[in-house]
Design a binder for this molecule. Sequence first.
Ligand code: FAD
Length: 165
Amino acid sequence: MDVVKKAAAAAEEEEVHGVVIVGGGLCGLATALALHRKGMGSLVVERSEALRVGGVALNVHANGWRALEELGLADGLRKTANLITSVRMVRQIQGKNQTTVSSPRKEIRCLRRKDVMEALAKSVPAHTIRYGCRIVAVDEDPGTDCTVLTMADGSTIKAKVNKCY
Ligand SMILES: Cc1cc2nc3c(=O)[nH]c(=O)nc-3n(C[C@H](O)[C@H](O)[C@H](O)COP(=O)(O)OP(=O)(O)OC[C@H]3O[C@@H](n4cnc5c(N)ncnc54)[C@H](O)[C@@H]3O)c2cc1C
């Protein structure tokens, strides 16, 4: 077998990706979608067996809507989000409740967490998210300069883009 064939066979044996994102929560999926919109693929590894759509509501402020606009999800999510028109803050000062009521100056909407999770998951390319995949170790491979992610079953995935904190 020549050198090129040997390298191809080795690459087939070990799974190598450009970018691997650990955790298919809001941040992981938003990162995968942002990369996709820039033309870069990624693999999201999520330890749960399915999309984690639990939870209730998220209050998304103007900066959050800007992020959702960049991701191309804002218009769709606005349809099911409730616009907050009045904010009632209750503070305890020396044991007494002090209430202030104000109108938000910028857009705040209350979104169902499930809607955001589903919109993110639907917008990334098929096979981007791998469920039931718990990462137990992240190491650098000195030989290749790749990051090696070890799964609970002992198998490994390599990421060419080195880890960021
Ligand atoms: C089920 C749930 C319900 C929530 N409900 C609300 C709510 O109602 N209102 C509100 O304001 N906020 C809620 N939150 C919090 C809000 O959604 C968080 O601020 C937000 O989820 C943070 O996003 P994240 O991606 O950083 O973390 P997370 O959403 O926690 O995502 C991290 C993901 O990484 C996965 N993971 C962790 N370790 C590993 C590993 N070793 N290998 C592989 N995968 C791994 C986890 O399973 C998880 O899916 C909820 C969070 C969750 C997880």
